[in-house]
Design a protein around this ligand. Structure first.
Ligand SMILES: [Zn+2]
Ligand SMILES: [Zn+2]
Length: 378
């Protein structure tokens, strides 16, 4: 279905890098998919970032690739005869660097308006007098929990933090809102607290990293909320609504509901639309069900492993992930994934934390019904 509507304008590389595709939908709506090079590689590779130019009443751009890709993206827009100055706005699916890294360049070159979720506007700022103890108070709140060494952030992040922190953001609120005629925005936190999806007509759903083909999007951890709660303010009293696996699961169930009566809906992800020589088409409800199944299976695996005796997150990661995924910074990714699931298992009462940072099976197995019972909050 997707394939029939698509014309490859620029072939790019086998993993999709530099690819440009043109989609023409039955209503006449046109969208350009523009893949920009990503940073990751190896076994945790996401593939390039897929940014989208939506040729609606006025054209707008969804996401901007990583740092250094902004001007490349502006060049690619010319393929569709669009100058950066023609854009009604740039809108962000969420504030990860592979999506907003190119933003400052684009704003500097064009003066374009920027829309993003309210929490994005809070996270990109620095709060030197208000930063919690033990974090780098010169970093924006989004990066307080960064675990990369200073040598890395000095080289890669300083300019990004500084330029991004100066941007003026037109904020998008919670729940469902409209960002343009026939374009709806949905706040779907979990992969990131500021994550948004966009529905164009009833034809296209741009899901950012909240749903990806092939790979399971990384959930945040609930405990991240504690560090930034004072920055978010009283409007966000409950971390569980915006951080952690439970928030993520509610969000993908919400996505499923949004598309429930739209049987021809095209779902466009921010990674892996094309990867390893092939197209990855997602059927919304099937992909949501697959991901729910993945998280149930992961929880089951963790609980099974804990029945043999208490374990640390690192030991659980070794039990649950293939060895190549644990190499280098992979171990941090794997541990975070495990900890996110352990938080859910603690909430369901199946796991308790014991001494020395270990987790222990509580003797129950209620997580599956707890996941099933999670309902979107709106
Ligand atoms: Zn992301
Ligand atoms: Zn991403």
């Amino acid at each position: 279905m997707l394939h029939d509507m698509m014309e490859v304008i620029q072939q790019g590389e086998d993993n999709g890098n530099h690819m440009i595709v043109h989609l023409r939908l039955p209503s006449g709506l046109e969208i350009l998919g523009l893949a920009t090079k990503n940073f990751y590689g190896g076994d945790w590779d996401l593939g390039p970032t897929w940014n989208y130019l939506v040729l609606a009443d006025r054209p707008f751009l969804v996401d901007t690739g990583r740092t250094g890709q902004g001007n490349t993206l502006l060049e690619k827009l010319k393929t569709a005869g669009v100058s950066g100055k023609d854009l009604a706005f740039v809108v962000l699916t969420h504030g990860h660097e592979d999506h907003d890294g190119g933003l400052s360049e684009i704003v500097q070159a064009t003066g374009v308006r920027v829309k993003a979720h309210t929490l994005y506007d809070r996270l990109i700022r620095c709060y030197p007098d208000d930063a919690p103890l033990g974090v780098n108070k010169d970093f924006p709140a989004s990066c307080w929990r960064c675990s990369m060494p200073a040598s890395f952030s000095n080289e890669h992040c300083r300019a990004y933090h500084r330029e991004r922190g100066r941007l003026e953001i037109e904020t998008i609120g919670d729940g469902e809102t409209s960002i343009m005629n026939a374009v709806g925005s949905y706040h779907l936190p979990g992969h990131s607290p500021d994550a948004l999806a966009f529905l164009v007509g009833e034809e296209v759903l741009l899901v950012g990293d909240t749903l990806l083909p092939d790979i399971s999007p990384h959930p945040t951890r609930l405990c991240y909320f504690d560090q930034v709660a004072h920055v978010f303010g009283p409007q966000y009293p409950h971390g569980d609504s915006i951080y952690g696996l439970r928030a993520y699961i509610r969000s993908i169930k919400k996505l499923e509901r949004i598309g429930a009566h739209m049987d021809r809906l095209i779902v466009l992800p921010a990674h892996r639309l094309f990867y390893n020589h092939r197209w990855n088409e997602m059927v919304l409800n099937k992909r949501v069900r697959d991901l729910l199944g993945h998280h149930v299976a992961r929880c089951a695996r963790i609980l099974e492993s804990l029945k043999q005796g208490p374990k640390t997150a690192r030991e659980l990661a070794a039990a649950c992930f293939d060895a190549p995924l644990l190499k280098g910074t992979g171990i941090v990714m794997a541990e975070n994934e495990i900890l996110s699931h352990c938080e859910l298992l603690q909430t369901s009462g199946d796991v308790v934390s014991s001494n020395g940072g270990r987790f222990e099976a509580a003797g129950t197995s209620t997580f599956e019904s707890a996941i099933e019972a999670l309902e979107p909050e709106w």
